[in-house]
Design a protein around this ligand. Structure first.
Ligand code: PLP
Length: 395
């Protein structure tokens, strides 16, 4: 292992151990935490991510039932919540492991005791690949590839660490991001993976994220049918050439019922379902999950007549999918700036200073990543204060 990689892992683990030791309890008493267990939800310091624990647990149970009914493995994507505590609930509810999108996420979840992680992404940097190999000595680690150069570098790292790494050959089933686009390329890549005893071809990564947000149910159906057809074609060709393809993995919250029903996918990797965001509610036939996550804000100004200003803006909400949606139907967003959102109120009953206003974020993953804490509540009482364990861009 390179000295830099070893040092990075050591400092990450010691920092995480310290952080979890101090904080990973139900009743955090951390000076910067926005809430304490037992507090009334109206007393939470804002802006704060608020999770309705009953809704979250229902979502986790619904996903478990969906997967069980199709005998499909569930590997939730942890990039959505970045929370070790939520991940543990998902594992307890039958998930076979987690997906992570960054190596840092994977390191943090493994340090927290998750034994099976798929890095659903490509990595090319040699220092990072050393960290992947080091991690594979401690847990079952899978990673995606779509190029021979990644395979060569991954194998070199695995050999340096005497590690065995599982490889998902990524195919482009419509996402247009990563993944090979033809059977011939898949065959060539599988052949290069087979050259290295330190690598084991686990299966195909076949994720079509764009389809999740197609508003039309028919369009989503067609897109996933096409994705499944291509995955099945690649699998047949690989099997005919003697390559094992145990797993076909993909699917997110917006389409996972389709991947489950396809009879081709045998693993799904939804992330947002546990907490949910406002975007999926815009789909025709939206997925059957409850809105568990809201962002609590406080009214800090009513000085301009007809306007209400709250204490959260672009630094608290990701707006790549649009402005957040106020939970109260009489409010609508007029504009946002870094630390403020300005609303107008259609009803007559004026909102007072200090009033708490909740919003549903449009896109959960980048919104959660802006925060250090998740406040879990039941009814009007705070029950949990969880750190956003894997917060950050991911190195
Ligand atoms: C590779 C991969 N799998 C699964 C997901 C999960 O999607 P969602 O959070 O919409 O369920 C994502 C999300 O971006 C992803 O990139």
């Amino acid at each position: 292992m390179s000295g830099a990689a070893a040092g990075h892992i050591r400092s990450l683990l010691s920092e995480l151990g310290r952080f979890l030791g101090e904080n990973n309890v139900m009743g955090i008493d951390h000076p910067q935490a926005p809430a304490r267990v037992g507090m009334h939800v109206s007393e939470v310091a804002t802006p704060a991510l608020m999770v309705d624990l009953d809704a979250m647990m229902t979502n986790i149970a619904v996903m478990r039932a969906l997967c069980a009914s199709y005998e499909v493995r569930l590997r939730p994507h942890a990039k959505a919540h970045k929370s070790l505590d939520i991940a543990r609930h998902q594992i307890q509810a039958g998930a076979v492991g987690l997906c992570c999108q960054t190596l840092t996420e994977a390191e943090i979840f493994v340090a927290g005791g998750i034994g099976d992680v798929l890095i659903s992404n490509e990595i090319i940097d040699r220092g990072k690949l050393d960290r992947v190999a080091a991690l594979a000595r401690r847990a079952n680690i899978g990673i995606c590839v779509d190029d021979e150069e990644q395979v060569v570098r991954l194998a070199e790292a695995a050999e340096r660490f005497a590690a065995r790494i599982e490889v998902m050959l990524e195919i482009d089933v419509g996402q247009g991001r990563c993944g090979v686009g033809s059977v011939d390329e898949a065959l060539r890549l599988a052949a290069s993976i087979r050259r290295y005893p330190s690598l084991a071809l686990r299966g195909l990564q076949a994720y079509h994220g764009k389809a999740q947000h197609f508003r039309s149910a028919l369009k989503r159906n067609e897109a996933i049918a096409k994705a499944a057809h291509f995955a099945a074609t690649v699998r047949s060709a690989l099997q005919l050439a003697g390559f094992p393809v145990g797993i076909i993995s993909g699917g997110g919250t917006g389409t996972c019922a389709l991947e489950c029903a396809s009879a081709i996918y045998n693993e799904i990797q939804p992330g947002s379902y546990a907490l949910m965001d406002a975007d999926y509610a815009l789909n025709e036939s939206p997925p059957p999950f409850r809105q568990a996550l809201t962002l609590a804000t406080t009214v800090v100004s009513v000085a301009v007549r007809g306007q209400v200003v709250v204490d959260a803006g672009y630094k608290a909400f990701a707006v790549d999918s649009g402005w957040p949606v106020p939970v109260r139907p009489d409010l609508s967003v007029l504009g946002m700036s870094d630390e403020h959102t300005v609303l107008c109120q259609s009803a007559d009953d004026p909102i007072r200073l200090g009033h708490q206003i909740r919003f549903v974020p449009r896109h959960i993953d980048p919104t959660v990543n802006l925060h250090d804490w998740i406040v879990g509540y039941r009814g009007v009482r705070v029950e949990m204060v969880w750190p956003v364990s894997a917060r950050g861009p991911g190195l």
